[in-house]
Design a protein around this ligand. Structure first.
Ligand SMILES: NC(=O)c1ccc[n+]([C@@H]2O[C@H](COP(=O)([O-])OP(=O)(O)OC[C@H]3O[C@@H](n4cnc5c(N)ncnc54)[C@H](O)[C@@H]3O)[C@@H](O)[C@H]2O)c1
Length: 398
């Protein structure tokens, strides 16, 4: 294990330009929930203020609470520990860099089975607050995880042309099982972000392993489906000539093919779509991963946009841990919104994980969405059952 401390100054983004930085205010700006720093400030910079306000009105109707939410002040001191498992990979490397940019992170632990030392040495030279440490191989995994607040797992093999996410199952299921088992032993209270595909199955696997270890907290286990939202927002903004920063499209269901269901009828700001546009956008969002796999022609799957989306989800989680009462993200989680045990939907995240679901997102669906919701359920159910069956066959040591 190697540790490299970095200087406490930080000057990326627009907020700091031309200001002198002091040790007591290393970022050179007043840090509150309306400031956009690093391009990673989730709710105002990613989802738009209009969406935020609308969700607040749905969920936190008391004006006094609204004011508290709006005035939440981020701690400028970095104080959270994040572990990234699979840090030397196509997603892992840019994601490590983006997490290194967060002023909320004090320690960034990078783990992989190989090649992580160089990634850590490289990233540790960035003059942002977090200390970077590298951990290689199973023998160093426990030390990587001790005391960590958020564990992000992009470890595994990516899709190659012609492969479906389920083709990855046999390799990635075992990787997720072993890593989550180590999380249960070493940081059972951490938020766990699962990126490794097929997410529809790897999240139920993680849940079963945590149950077997006696430490399952469904509020803290998240399947990262943020990339579907990022893509939906981008494609809708392009199609409807909307300002990208204001567009928010909830995406529900799961994270593969037809299980990905963008709720275009719930687009904010509200937009109208022809039947052809709905079909075209829905199919493009569902197949966007394949678009990248084919364009990369054998060199992997989405890594850069995935890293961006995962960084957004990490930042949202850190803001929630920091006490921001205004954090909403779509995620694939244990859920009672439908008859399926796991389901992606917008959730409110707080200090203890998922605080609430937003059931209104599933009310008043268009006929197209209602049909698509029913159509996705058998596939999603089968993927969940496949994950549960895999995990139940495993013997974990407690
Ligand atoms: N959730 C999403 O939206 C989404 C999007 C794109 C890709 N993915 C998935 O993310 C995963 C990673 O994709 P990638 O492009 O970064 O792949 P990659 O092959 O470039 O990187 C994977 C990394 O995981 C490491 N690894 C393998 N086994 C490990 C283990 N047991 N412990 C720790 N590290 C291990 C590898 O050494 C490698 O560095 C794949 O499963 C891919 O399908 C998810």
């Amino acid at each position: 294990m190697a540790t490299a401390a970095s200087a406490a100054t930080f000057s990326i983004g627009t907020a700091q330009t031309g200001r002198s930085l002091s040790p007591s205010n290393p970022f050179g700006f007043k840090s509150n929930s309306q400031v956009n720093f690093s391009g990673l400030k989730a709710m105002s910079s990613f989802s738009g203020n209009e969406t935020c306000a609308a969700l607040r009105a749905t969920f936190a109707p008391k004006a006094v609470k609204e004011n508290q939410n709006r005035n939440h002040i981020l701690q400028p001191q970095a104080s959270y520990k994040v572990a990234l498992l699979g840090a030397a990979g196509g997603i892992g490397q840019p994601l490590a860099l983006l997490i290194k940019m967060s002023p909320l992170v004090s320690d960034l632990h990078l783990y992989d089975i190989a090649n992580v030392k160089g990634v850590a040495a490289d990233i540790s030279h960035c003059n942002t607050p977090s200390k970077v440490a590298d951990f290689t191989g199973a023998a160093e995994l426990a030390n990587c995880l001790k005391g960590v607040d958020v564990v992000v797992i992009p470890a595994g093999v990516p899709r190659k042309p012609g492969m479906t996410r389920d083709d990855l199952f046999n390799i990635n299921a075992g990787i997720v099982r072993d890593l989550v088992s180590a999380v249960a032993d070493n940081c059972p209270g951490a938020f766990i972000h699962i990126i490794s595909n097929p997410v529809n199955s790897t999240v139920p696997i993680a849940a079963e392993i945590l149950k077997q270890k006696g430490v399952y907290d469904p509020k803290k286990l998240f399947g990262v489906s943020t990339l579907d939202v990022v893509r939906a927002n981008t494609f809708v903004a392009q199609r409807k000539n909307l300002r990208l920063i204001d567009v928010d499209v909830p995406v529900v269901g799961g994270h593969a093919g037809i299980t990905i269901l963008p709720l275009l009828s719930k687009t904010k700001p509200s937009a109208s779509f022809t039947d052809e546009e709905i079909e075209e956008l829905t199919v493009r969002i569902q197949n966007a991963g394949t678009e990248v796999v084919e364009a990369k022609a054998g060199a992997g799957s989405a890594t850069l946009s995935m890293a961006y989306a995962a960084a957004r989800f990490v930042e949202s989680s850190l803001r929630a841990l920091d006490g921001d009462a205004d954090v909403y993200e779509c995620s694939y989680v244990q859920s009672d919104l439908t008859d399926l045990p796991f389901f992606a939907s917008r959730v409110k995240i707080g200090r203890k994980g998922v605080e609430a679901f937003i059931p209104t997102d599933l009310q008043g669906l268009s006929e197209y969405e209602q049909k698509a919701l029913e159509a996705l359920k058998p596939e999603l159910k089968a993927s969940i059952e496949k994950g549960v069956a895999f995990a139940q066959k495993q013997t974990v040591t407690c």
